[in-house]
Design a protein around this ligand. Structure first.
Ligand code: ADP
Ligand code: MG
Length: 237
């Protein structure tokens, strides 16, 4: 049981961006993908979620190939993405945005609804329930985007730069929500981040993406402690 990306190649128009990327996310695991701007992190997330075609290689969910499925069908199989920049429906309210997530996950609604537990802890979202999403702060919008994704009942959750544009304090809060999402849903989480230090601190395992290839992989704490990684990716001498 896992989300497996096996030697995929993908890109835009002529240029291949990802050239033979392989990775794995197990249920309940937090896996970071770190790498500098332009490394191909968003391309990877778009390819796994089905917005970009796989040119070669395969993607499987719990041993079933999803390589050629449309994004909505992947979502129904439990592969749910939170895109870079949140991409909420700006005119809709917080509650309506979250309802859209429920619709995406239709058919997989058994068991306890994890959304309630998240809202009980992050009460700001209940307070903002009837407000238009575009009026929220960046951190609040990121939280809504996360809860919307959880409402789709993910088994594997792909998060593209949840810290983007947020202060360190807000980033911390969003990471706390992500941790709670993992606890409550048991989903495997692929956390794609340029903020390598925080992402590695939050994760079990990690992959370093460089020029569309996996340059390094391993235990997140080990990578975080490595001088080579710190010099190359964390801006620390
Ligand atoms: N829509 C696009 N069309 C063509 N090239 C793109 C497009 N989006 C991204 N790229 C290119 O793909 C490479 C990887 O980008 P991206 O996956 O967004 O990196 P990251 O998310 O790691 O910053 C970059 O060279 C970027 O210029
Ligand atoms: Mg990106």
């Amino acid at each position: 049981m896992s989300l497996v990306v096996d030697t995929i190649e993908s890109g835009y128009d002529r240029a291949p961006i990802l050239t033979g990327v392989s990775l794995r996310v197990d249920p309940g695991e937090m896996v970071a993908v770190v790498g500098s701007n332009g490394a191909g992190k968003s391309t990877l997330v778009r390819t796994i979620s089905g917005l970009l075609a796989v040119r070669s290689g395969a993607i499987t969910v719990d041993d079933v190939a999803i390589t050629k499925l449309a994004p909505e069908r992947r979502a129904r199989r439990g592969v749910v993405m939170v895109p870079e920049g949140r991409k909420l429906f700006p005119q809709l309210t917080v509650g309506e945005n979250i309802a859209m997530g429920r619709r995406a996950g239709r058919g997989r609604t058994s068991g306890e609804d994890p959304v309630d537990a998240l809202l009980d802890t992050f009460t700001i979202l209940r307070e903002r329930w009837g407000q238009q999403a575009s009026l929220l702060s960046g951190g609040e919008q990121q939280m809504v985007a996360l809860v919307r994704a959880v409402a789709a009942r993910p088994r594997y959750l792909l998060l593209d730069e949840p810290s983007l544009g947020l202060s360190p304090l807000k980033t911390l809060e969003v990471f706390q929500l992500i941790e709670l999402v993992r606890e409550r849903t048991g989903a495997g989480i692929l956390l794609v981040e340029q903020m390598a230090d925080q992402a590695l601190a939050a994760s079990d395992r990690a992959y370093v993406l460089e020029h569309g290839k996996v340059a390094m992989e391993g235990d997140a704490a080990t990578l975080r402690a490595s001088d080579e990684i710190r010099r190359a990716y964390l801006g620390v001498a």
